[in-house]
Design a binder for this molecule. Sequence first.
Ligand code: ARG
Length: 296
Amino acid sequence: MIDREGDMKTFHGWVLALLAILIATDARAQPAAAVMRDADPKIVGGWPSKPGSRPFQVALVHAGKPNNFDAQFCGGSVIGRNAVLTAAHCVQGKTAADIEILSGTDHLKIGGKRTGVVKIAVPERYDKATQDGDIAVITTKDPLLGRALALATEADELEHAPPGAAATVTGWGNTAPAGQNFPEMLLEVIVPIVSLDTCHQRYAGLKPPATVTPLMICAGYKRGGKDSCQGDSGGPLFVSTGKSFFQVGVVSWGIGCAAPENYGVYARVSRFRDWIYAQVGERCTKEEIDTGSCLQ
Ligand code: ARG
């Protein structure tokens, strides 16, 4: 049971039953730790991204489904000419032939280009049970449209993403946590970074407890209301320095979406930066990323 307030129990029982059906019927990736939340308004507090303002956002789509909207199942970010960063749980059980990458659009029904996948890399320490190390690098057949997002170093993170700092998360994930309502337009929401301590204590105290590790970074409000959700997985959590953006997290899991104190949990990019760039054949320099020349 994820809820301890007595009068909510039967409702949660119902939600869990519904969830079982959703997991069985919904192709969108959903780790065991993620549970759909009870009633909450729209995308968990977000709004459409300004068109063209998130050129690093891509969608992971099922190769067999020609309609992008139907095919989208996770998010990702461009990190090199032919490289996408996403979540390990998004590619779990899939082969390169199962997935295509949609880049160059923020609308699932307009524009963009699909390319095939040649390689999927997941770190050895990825732990399915806890979602520790929920990171994957996808190498694409053709160059991607858009622009690469820089990955935060531990120093970048200390400086620009300490607890309390405003981070943005983008995605085409569910906007109706009590049911299913997937947007056509890319949405985003601003959430503050939460200390590992606060996040760990919250999740360790749940029944059953969930594990928050130092390879994860949390974001969200104590009162809830704004969060990423199912279908956003693999997408970027990033901070702005005024001049440029750094990716600090990869959407990974949460208990429900936007529930009070159930912060969104993200794979901590800075801890995987070296491994990630080692998978990317061609690395972009900071200057190339800042000037947008990396993909030209
Ligand atoms: N695991 C979800 C997915 O596959 C993302 C969950 C994020 N949840 C949250 N409350 N922030 O799309």
